[in-house]
Structures are given as C-alpha cells and as structure tokens.
Design a protein around this ligand. Structure first.
Ligand SMILES: Cc1cc2nc3c(=O)[nH]c(=O)nc-3n(C[C@H](O)[C@H](O)[C@H](O)COP(=O)(O)O)c2cc1C
Length: 216
C-alpha cells in the first residue's frame, strides 16, 4: 500500500471482527511500528500486547473502575478551550452519532467502548519509564502514528485509547508492570468489522488555514 494513500485513508476503528490477530502479523506490525524515529534513537517505548482471556480480564477491570469513578474522555486541558477547538470536537460527535446504536449517549458509548477496546481481540499498552521527561512523549506519539498506519497497511483496524490512562495503577497491577512505568496510551487492534456502522463514520480535519501560518 502506498504510504500517502494510507495517511489519507486511515481512520479509527471502533467495531472489530471476533477474529484473533495472528502472532506473525503482530510481530510484523511491531517491527514496522518500531521503525519510528526517536530522539537520539533512544526508543523509550515499552509495549505490552494483551490478547485472549487476558484482554477480557483487563477490560472487566477497567469497566468496573469506570463505573466506580466515571471518568470522561476529554482533551485534558488546563483552561476552557477556544471555540474552534470545541467546534472540532463537535464535528467528531456529529460524524459518529448517526452511526451509533439508536439512543446511545455519545459519552457512554466512548467510555464503555474504550474500556472494552471496542471488542478488539488485542489491546496494546504502551508505557514509558518515569525516568524520562515529558519531552519523550513525542517519541511515543511517533510510535503510535507508525503503529496505526502500519496496522492499516496490514489490513487491520486500530483505535488509540487515551481514556484508560486514568487507570494507570490498576493496569500496571493487573499486567504485572513495575510501579515506575507510566501508561501513556492503549491501542485497540484487530480486523475491522465492515458491518459495524460506527466504522462508516469519517472524522474530518480543519482547513489548513486554521492551523498553518506561513512566514516568508
Ligand atoms: C492520544 C489519543 C487518545 C485517544 N483516546 C481515545 C479514547 O480514549 N477513546 C476513543 O474512542 N478514541 C480515542 N482516540 C481516537 C480519536 O478520537 C480519533 O483519533 C480522532 O477523533 C480522529 O479520528 P480518526 O482517528 O478516525 O482519524 C484517541 C486518539 C489519540 C490520538
């Protein structure tokens, strides 16, 4: 697949087939994703692949904690956002809402779906050692970008799941990860269900002139 096409085509998948991803495909995906650049090639990411019963167990725990704490998926901003940012979020909601089961509140759908990795057979948990500064999160972002694009190229669907970072301690405990690791993001991964209407949504992007300044 052409990389430029992949950049344009890829969108998050929130409905998956009940079909495991083969070990060889996962290995190929990981070897492509870890070609991502990182500052001084330090490759600060640590990747845990959670599949099968373990994936279900993790979701049961997240769903339980979500019911207890009712976290909501948001941008984690320090102040109220400017209107044009709010408008972009609204655009996502408007693109997804018509494709959700009737009467489903959007926030509940995202919260519950995220904790269940939208039913994906594999959840990828990406952690970083707390020895690193916040600057190294850029490296993780690049890894995630490579990973979601490589997944697309391999015929897989994916969705980054930031919401689960609210349950960092619980995830580390259940996956036996050391205390000094920080959960940066999860990724739902599997084969895209073509019949899941939510997958027919396509988020749009703001026009370039809203985001880019040219200086000559
Ligand atoms: C850092 C990050 C965290 C995200 N967290 C979630 C999440 O918790 N739940 C979810 O359903 N989608 C999540 N997403 C997916 C975004 O909603 C999605 O990427 C965005 O709406 C753009 O749509 P697209 O991926 O289809 O292009 C996240 C994406 C990123 C990059």
């Amino acid at each position: 697949m052409d990389i430029l096409e992949a950049l344009d085509e890829r969108r998050s998948t929130r409905g998956f087939l009940d079909k495991p991803v083969e070990k060889e495909t996962l290995e190929r995906l990981l070897s492509l994703a870890t070609q991502a650049p990182s500052a001084i090639n330090i490759q600060p990411w640590e990747i845990t692949i959670v599949s099968g019963e373990e994936r279900k167990r993790l979701s049961r725990l997240l769903e339980k904690r979500m019911r207890e704490r009712n976290i909501s998926c948001g941008p984690g901003a320090k102040r109220p956002l400017q209107e044009y940012f709010v408008e972009r979020q609204r655009g996502l909601l408007e693109s997804m809402l018509p494709n959700l089961p009737e009467g489903t509140p959007f926030q509940d759908y995202i919260n519950e779906g995220s904790c269940n990795f939208y039913g994906a057979p594999t959840a990828i948990i990406i952690t970083i050692d707390e020895v690193f500064s916040k600057a190294r999160l850029t490296d993780i972002g690049l890894l995630v970008a490579y990973l979601v694009l490589a997944a697309h190229g391999l015929g897989l669907g994916s969705c980054p799941i930031g919401l689960i970072t609210a349950f960092d301690n619980e995830i580390k405990e259940t996956l036996n990860l050391p205390e000094e690791k920080q959960v940066v993001i999860g990724i739902a991964l599997g084969y895209r269900d073509p019949d899941a209407t939510v997958n027919h949504s396509r988020s749009e992007r703001a026009p370039l002139n809203e985001m880019v300044k040219w200086r000559e």
